[in-house]
Ligand binder design. Sequence first.
Ligand code: GRF
Length: 200
Amino acid sequence: MISSRLAVLVSGGGTNLQAIIDASRAGKMPDTTIAVVISDRENAYALERARLNGIPTVCISRGAEFENQLIAALESFDIRVVALAGFMSILSEAFVRKYADRILNIHPSLLPAFGGKGFYGLKPHEAALNRGVKITGATVHVVNEIPDGGRILRQKAVRVCANDTPETLQKRVMEKAEWVIYPKEINKFCKYKAKESAKG
Ligand code: GRF
């Protein structure tokens, strides 16, 4: 079984990373090898989640050398696929072009709604509530040079409840959508990339 080596990029709590780790340990990601977790923030609890599961970690401080150091880390771990999971740094166009069709992201809305520059953290949920939508959800997409603009791979809808706050809506979207579709879509993408590599 050929699998793809995966790097997960994190900045915060790492609940999406935990969902990926749990799915992998349950045997639900046979085409994926979680090779390294990389953070741009040394205090990210996501790093602790990796350590608790025996996954190598790398912390790279933000700044002028960030992307060069990130490339060096990805090459040293022989990474084929990169999954952004609550990663807060903006990657340059040059970096995204170098890793074209190899980076995935999970966004907490049904893109193109409530996506793009500035829509991170609670903001997509605040915007959904302000607009009065009855359905929102999460989107797995390929990362390109347009913020949240790459091709959409999978989406999952979640009902908005009348008494929702941004926090309760975020929690439901994470539990019912993000943590469900991201591990599945990462593994499907890793399988596709492994076959692509096998063809040479
Ligand atoms: C989540 O809402 C996710 O949609 C977004 O970042 C937030 C935090 O993710 N990408 P995590 O708990 O750090 O995985």
